[in-house]
Design a protein around this ligand. Sequence first.
Ligand code: LLP
Length: 429
Amino acid sequence: MKEDVLHIGGVSAPALAQHFGTPLIVYDEDALRKRLTEYLDAFRAPGLETRVVYAGKAFLCGAMAKLVANAGASLDVVSGGELACALNAGFPAARIVFHGNNKTPDELRAAVEAGVGAVVVDNLPECEALAAIAAEKKRAMRVLLRVNPGVEAHTHKYIITAHPDSKFGVSVSRPEELYAVLGAMQAAEFLYFDGFHAHIGSQIFDKAAFAAEAAALAALAEDAQKRGFAPRVFDLGGGFAAWYTDEDAPIPVAEACETILAACKAEKEKRGLALEEVWIEPGRSIAGEAGTTLYTVGWQKDTEHRHYVFVDGGMADNIRPALYEAKYSCDAAEKMNEPKTVKTTVAGKCGESGDIVIDSVMLPPVEAGDLLAVYTTGAYCYSMASNYNHLGRPAVVFAGGGKARQVLRRETPRDLLALEVEEEAVECD
Ligand code: LLP
């Protein structure tokens, strides 16, 4: 029989809550490392160089950047802020890949100055701006072109990125535009065209989608090669699903990796491609399941249709249910063995009816002060957290080997008030 009290990284949930307060996001540090290592071990194939690039947008802080660096993976950043976080943590710049559809000139400058390993260029004007900055700094930059391969992954409609009208990248259905960017890259003295990048969606369960993506990139590469732009890198992005509820059956890491590498190898041989390296960018499937949010139960309420259990967080620390109708699983963290007899709606404390953490879940009877553990909150929860209702963002701890360390402290009203200024009005022109 499992223990009555939930433990994460060998530390009991009540001890974590007592020490650090709630809401609290707890990462099982070993689970993070294990998943990274699983990817690094599985994503290898003879005859191809490979890179596992953790997508920092899923969750990033200094401690996470260090953990990723020590595991030997690379890091994808999408803003000057993420770049600064990574560099501040000592993440090797050469292993940073810089993404985004609207990187500002300042962000491009920061990337060039830091000497990031690759910039993924999204569009022609960005390419021209980067070329000018690299020339001004006399720094050679490796660039990938983000393309929209037109492959739609089977995922939630709000987060599909590969439809023809996507704001990301240049569509393969617009070859003139695509070759104009490649031409600009080739003409730029300090830019080196390295290859193509695509990202076909998130929370993908179907490995055929990745094989289709590889095939689409390969078809494009064959054509590009004929025109004198031979890509040596394919970066297939992220999108590997995580488990949230028992309805989810994510593709096992080894299978996903094998599918991609086998497809790339087969395409390389079939089409005689110059392809040398394949990269992937998992975010959710590395950070998601390793994270658990602990909430303290407050008041409860019955309506005609529901039994509400209110918790001390909600949409400010996890916007995903409200934004994507995302589903989660949870347990009463000190009553793990009690029969789950109460159909419960777990709701947050924000002033909005959509602030539901879990619409319907069976729980044992709980009372004020009990702890609820919501699973798989490691990806896109803290990173999308807000201060809605002037709530401070939760603390984040890494737990492992029976100990826990805070890696992000809780935000307090004082932190929020620290932004307020009462300046004299100035002439702005
Ligand atoms: N690479 C690129 C270029 C991306 O845009 C993304 C995610 C990833 C990698 C990582 O994807 P993952 O392996 O984590 O699925 N906020 C949404 C997810 C948006 C994902 C955006 N791009 C959510 O909470 O579900």
